[in-house]
Design a binder for this molecule. Sequence first.
Ligand SMILES: [Zn+2]
Length: 348
Amino acid sequence: MPLPSTPQPDLLVWRADRTSTYSVKSGYKVLLQGLASIYPSETVMPSTSIVGLYYRIWKANVPSKVRITVWRFVRNYIPTFGNLTVRGIAAHTACLLCDGSSETAFHLISTCVFSRRIFSALHITLPQVLLTSDWLPWLANFVNGLSVTHCRLLFLAIWAIWGHCNKVVHDHAAFDLPSFINFIKSYMNDMDTLPPIASSSVLSFEEKCAGDVLAAGCFSHHNVLDPFAAEALACYQALVLAHDLSYMRIVLEGDSLSVIKKVRHFFEDRSVIGMLIKDIKRKMGSFDSTTVLFCPRACNKPAHYIAHLGHSIPTPCIWIGNIPHQVDQLAIKDKWWTDPPNLSGINL
Ligand SMILES: [Zn+2]
């Protein structure tokens, strides 16, 4: 667990609920899980194949939000129309993706025409579906037989399919197979080219300098559990660097929407990186003005370049004024997002 830079009072956190706050409902859910009543066929000692399924889910090299979504599918914790109808929340059960059967976790993974087209395009072959059999062993045998790459693709596809289900319901989104497949493949490609978690990078800008790089730094961290903690540490170090350089008006940019939201929100964050978020907010109070912005990964390339650079540098490294040439070049291109250049006569 990341530690704050200054001592903090103890905080009660209830891990069994997403909000980290105890509720009778979540406590009751924990009790139910203890009774293992959801899957009667899954006894207290689950079969080897089901243990293997959980192992592959939690060990998969995909973001935790993907792993959690897949796990929710497996446990039938997904609010599909089938589940919502059972609880009296929805009036119909039909799957909006294929206008066919009842929308259940089983349907979305195995029999939905929409999903099957996606799996087929990803070269994932679904085994024969036996409707009479318990679907959990079916899914376990299917996942356990996949290669590591196909397993990651399958998990990403399940996560993306569920995301699309929600977009169809709330935004009436249309489906375009090539774009969908492109999204999954580029997401996987992005994951494989992410900078190492052990390094984080900072860039400090001041408003009056209109995006010029004034200083940059990289620090190696150990025992950083996930990219969110690395991103929060990078934010904090950017603030420390800006403060040390006596800048008083700053714009803090990051490409992790989760971290940016946590920094911008007023409420107390109770997640694992909650103490780091507290550090960031306290540090922000030492400036005359701070603006916190989210920027897409595509326009944050200087930070990623420095993170890669930092991986080969064992000690913390800070550049003030004398910035690596490549970082300057990438920063110039970054400015194109908000200030497109006149391309005529410019050799790119
Ligand atoms: Zn369907």
